[in-house]
Design a protein around this ligand. Structure first.
Ligand SMILES: [Zn+2]
Length: 432
């Protein structure tokens, strides 16, 4: 594979501190970062491709820690409705008509949008996940995939676990490790404790992490208390779910004790500010979660409840909400927000291969932004620009594992025109 040299004016290697390196240099070989630091006199032999980055910024790719990619097909189909009404009367009936091909094209639509916005990796929970995995293979993006499991009915619940096992044998580690698999018990209100026990047995057997929705709405907490006399996080702890590696989406309505449980059990939290706002679910206690030591990452959730898959927008929302809701502008500073969207995302997906930051030996998952825009001048602090001023269309180049997926805003691995056509035709049929 190719040897690529990047020379951006500004380089953020990410990780813990987000120091700016002016006149940076990156050397990538066989998809792996060999050098990342200040520019030097390169003497390492022949280079296949040199990317000059005048007025450009290179940083780790964004990790979307919670989404349902194929739901792009329902973008703008049902809005301004309460969660349960929205699910029962609009989304679930339309989803029941989805074919595997629909899910492939819906996922491709999502992937096009995500690459265009600088997302190099995402965690997905949906069904017909073979189609989702195929879309990831074809596009070159990195993903952690979970078949959504519903355990209200024994037959369906068992079938879901069987499909999950098949998913593991078909795809886990595919695309040179780009695709990983999780188990996806949908939520406590769709997966009763007896079923979650079976899910945990499978997780232990296959050594897989879990991806679940938790404490998303006030109603969920109320129902859970009524049924089990425990709040959702307490219930999950009492049945032993957190003995496993868990990625937990939303976590909006939490007691102080529940925040402590999440932090001490090392549960990954995927914060989805845009979706929580749009569905009127509330505002997650981000500052308390971070102060309590929880690992918090950032997600867009599905496009039917957001309605875009724009992580730069989520970054800004997360920072503004943390400050505004607590009347404290010092909360969630820009660098901490950026860490949430990159390194914490990779940790939340339990990727232990160096994904989420740019360092020697890590996979070359990175993005380059064009800074030659009025809204990115002057350049006092580029971290602040990334969180408070940058937009998705500033992302110019995207690379995953050393393969360039977008260059000069042109998608290189996917046929966008065909995707837009397929999405339109299929969405019309599904919502007829
Ligand atoms: Zn979700």
């Amino acid at each position: 594979m190719a040897k690529i040299l990047l020379r951006p004016d500004f380089l953020f290697v990410g990780g813990e501190n987000w120091e700016t390196i002016k006149n940076g240099e990156l050397l990538i070989e066989d998809g792996t970062v060999i050098y990342a630091g200040p520019r030097r006199q390169y003497t390492g032999g022949e280079i296949d491709k040199i990317i000059e980055g005048k007025n450009r910024l290179v940083m780790p790719g964004l990790v979307n820690a919670h989404t349902h990619a194929a739901m792009t097909l329902f973008r703008g189909y049902a809005d301004d409705m309460p969660l349960m009404d929205w699910l029962r009367n609009k989304i679930w009936p339309a989803e029941s008509r989805l074919t595997s091909e629909d899910i492939y094209w819906g996922t491709m639509l999502a992937i096009s949008e995500m690459i265009r916005g600088g997302i190099t990796c995402f965690a997905d929970m949906y069904f017909n996940m073979d189609a989702v995995a195929q879309a990831c293979m074809d596009s070159g993006i990195r993903a952690s995939l979970a078949q959504g499991l519903i355990g209200l009915d024994n037959v369906k619940g068992t079938a879901g676990l069987k499909e999950s096992k098949k998913l593991v044998s078909n795809w886990h580690g595919s695309g040179e490790g780009r695709i990983t698999i999780m188990l996806g018990p949908h939520a406590p209100y769709t997966c009763p404790p007896q079923y979650l026990q079976k899910v945990m047995e499978t997780a232990a057997e296959l050594n897989l992490p879990l991806h679940i929705h938790l404490a998303e709405t006030r109603d969920e907490v109320r129902e859970c208390l009524k049924k089990y006399n425990k709040r959702p996080v307490e219930l999950m702890e009492s049945i032993g779910l957190f003995k496993h590696r868990v990625l937990s989406a939303h976590c909006v309505h939490l007691s102080k004790e529940e925040i402590e449980i999440l932090a001490s059990s090392k549960v990954s939290v995927a914060h989805n500010p845009g979706s929580n706002l749009k569905l009127g679910s509330g505002i997650a206690p981000l500052a308390d979660l971070l102060a309590g030591g929880a690992l918090v990452s950032l997600g867009t959730d599905g496009a039917a409840s957001n309605n875009n898959l724009d992580m730069l927008e989520e970054l800004r929302l997360a920072a503004l909400l943390a400050k505004g809701s607590q009347e404290d502008p010092t909360l969630l500073p820009a660098r901490e927000a950026l860490k949430m969207a990159t390194l914490n995302g990779a940790k939340a997906l339990f990727l232990a291969d160096g994904t989420g930051e740019i360092k020697e030996g890590s996979p070359a998952d990175l993005i380059m932004l064009d800074l030659e825009k009025p809204h990115l001048y002057p350049r006092h602090d580029l971290c602040a620009h990334l969180v408070y001023a940058a937009v998705a269309s500033d992302v110019e180049m995207v690379m995953v594992k050393g393969t360039i997926l977008m260059e000069r805003r042109e998608l290189l691995t996917i046929d966008e025109e065909k995707i837009l056509y397929e999405a339109n035709v299929r969405a019309a049929r599904l919502t007829r």
